[in-house]
Design a binder for this molecule. Structure first.
Ligand SMILES: Cc1ncc(COP(=O)(O)O)c(C=O)c1O
Length: 367
C-alpha cells in the first residue's frame, strides 16, 4: 500500500531498548514491564496499572476480578470489536447487547439504562476509536443501579472527559497496545484502576496466583492463577513510545484536524461527533460515506489502506440471541455504522500531501 492505515513509531531508541533487554538475558516480565506500567500510570493518573498480554485478556481478568460469572448479566454495545463481548461469554455471564448512538458511535445510554435488570452486574461500554464516554451518565447509572463499569478503552489512551484522562473514571479501564494503536507493544494490554484490592487480585492472578509483594525467599501461591504476563521485550517497545506520548498524540490530533478541514465541504461525507466535554484521541479517523464498500475498494485499488470501522455483533453467529445472549431492540444504528463507517489512514509520519491524496481519491470514489 502506498499509504498504510497506520505505521508504528519504531525508532533507533526503540531498537536500543529492545536490544538492552535481549542482552540482559531477562526476557520475561520484569523491571522493564514495571517501568512501562509506571509510564502508563503516570500518564493516565490512575493508582494502579497492570500490564497483561492483550486488551482482551485484560477485559476478561477485570470481569473475573469482580467475580462476574454464570447468572450475571453484562451489557455491551453492539458496535464494537467482538473481544468486548467474547470476554463476557468466556467468564460464563449473560451478554446483553444494546444499540449505539448514531452520531458518536458509542453505547446508547438510554438503551443501556432500559436494559439494566436486577441481574446486571456490570456494564462494559467502549470508548470507540478514542471517543471518550460520558462518565457523568455512567456514574449516574452506577449510583442508581449499583453496577460496575468496566471500560473497553482499547483505542482510547490519551482521550479525556471533562479534562480527566480515560483510565481514571471507570472502575476498571483496559487499554490495548496492539500495533493498530498509536502506542504499541506488538501485543499487549494494561488494566487501569484506583482500587487496591482489584489491583492485588489482578497482579496475582496474572502471575500464577502468586503473592507478588511478598518478601519471601521463594514464591508463595495464594490462589489459583494463570499467566497473562507481558514480557520485558514487549514492554521495552512500548516504553520508548510512552516517553513521547504527548508529541505522538498531538500529531494525531493535528492530522485529524487537517482531515476535517479537507472534508468540510464534502456533502456526501458525514463526520461523527465527539462526546460533549470530551477530547477524542483520534485512534481511528472514521467518517460516514454512502456505498462504503465500493468507496473502500476504490481507495485500496489506488494504494490507500482504508478500513471499515468495526463490527455489528448481532450479524455474527456467536452473538445470535439465545439463553446467554440477548439482543435489545433493532440495533439499527449499529447496523448503519457497520455499513457506512470508513476509517482513513492516520499515522505519525503522514504528510499533508498524503492526506490531500487520500481526500482527492475519496472524492473520486464518491463521484
Ligand atoms: C474496541 C476493542 N476492544 C478490544 C480489542 C482487542 O484488543 P487486543 O487486540 O489488545 O486484545 C480491540 C482491538 O482492536 C478493540 O478495537
Amino acid at each position: 500500500m502506498k499509504i498504510p492505515l497506520i505505521r508504528p513509531v519504531i525508532t533507533a531508541e526503540t531498537k536500543a531498548r529492545v536490544l538492552e533487554v535481549l542482552e540482559s538475558g531477562f526476557l520475561t516480565e520484569g523491571e522493564v514491564t514495571r517501568q512501562f506500567e509506571q509510564a502508563v500510570r503516570d500518564y493516565v493518573g490512575c493508582r494502579f496499572a497492570i500490564a497483561v498480554t492483550s486488551c482482551t485478556a485484560g477485559l476478561e481478568l477485570a470481569l473475573r476480578a469482580l467475580g462476574i460469572g454464570p447468572g450475571d448479566e453484562v451489557i455491551v454495545p453492539d458496535y464494537t470489536y467482538p473481544a468486548t463481548a467474547d470476554v463476557v461469554a468466556i467468564v460464563g455471564a449473560t451478554l446483553v447487547i444494546v444499540d449505539i448512538c448514531r452520531q458518536t458511535m458509542l453505547i446508547d445510554y438510554e438503551a443501556l439504562e432500559q436494559a439494566i435488570t436486577p441481574r446486571t452486574k456490570a456494564i462494559l461500554p467502549v470508548s470507540l476509536f478514542g471517543n471518550p464516554l460520558d462518565y457523568d451518565r455512567l456514574q449516574g447509572l452506577k449510583e442508581r443501579y449499583g453496577v460496575y463499569v468496566v471500560e473497553d478503552a482499547a483505542c482510547a489512551l490519551g482521550a479525556e472527559y471533562k479534562g480527566r484522562k480515560v483510565g481514571t473514571q471507570a472502575d476498571m479501564t483496559v487499554f490495548s497496545f496492539h500495533p493498530r494503536k498509536f502506542i504499541t507493544t506488538g501485543e499487549g494490554g494494561v488494566i487501569a484502576t484506583n482500587n487496591p484490592e482489584w489491583a492485588e487480585w489482578l497482579n496475582s492472578y496474572k502471575h500464577f496466583g502468586m503473592e507478588v509483594s511478598a518478601s519471601r525467599r521463594q514464591a508463595y501461591f495464594k490462589r489459583i492463577g494463570s499467566n497473562y504476563k507481558l514480557s520485558n521485550l514487549l514492554a521495552a517497545v512500548g516504553l520508548s513510545q510512552m516517553a513521547r506520548i504527548e508529541e505522538l498524540l498531538a500529531k494525531r490530533l493535528a492530522l485529524a484536524d487537517y482531515y476535517r478541514h479537507l472534508l468540510a465541504q464534502q456533502p456526501l461525507v458525514n463526520l461523527p461527533q465527539t462526546t460533549v466535554h470530551g477530547k477524542h484521541s483520534q485512534q481511528s479517523f472514521g467518517i460516514f460515506v454512502p456505498r462504503r464498500d465500493e468507496v473502500m475498494d476504490y481507495l485500496r485499488q489506488q494504494g490507500i489502506e482504508a478500513q471499515i470501522g468495526t463490527y455489528a455483533l448481532h450479524l455474527f453467529p456467536p452473538f445470535a440471541p439465545g439463553e446467554n445472549c440477548q439482543l435489545v431492540g433493532d440495533l439499527k444504528n449499529s447496523r448503519y455504522a457497520f455499513d457506512h463507517c470508513l476509517v482513513l489512514p492516520l499515522f505519525y509520519d503522514m504528510t499533508t500531501a498524503d492526506q490531500e491524496l487520500v481526500v482527492e481519491t475519496l472524492k473520486q470514489a464518491l463521484l
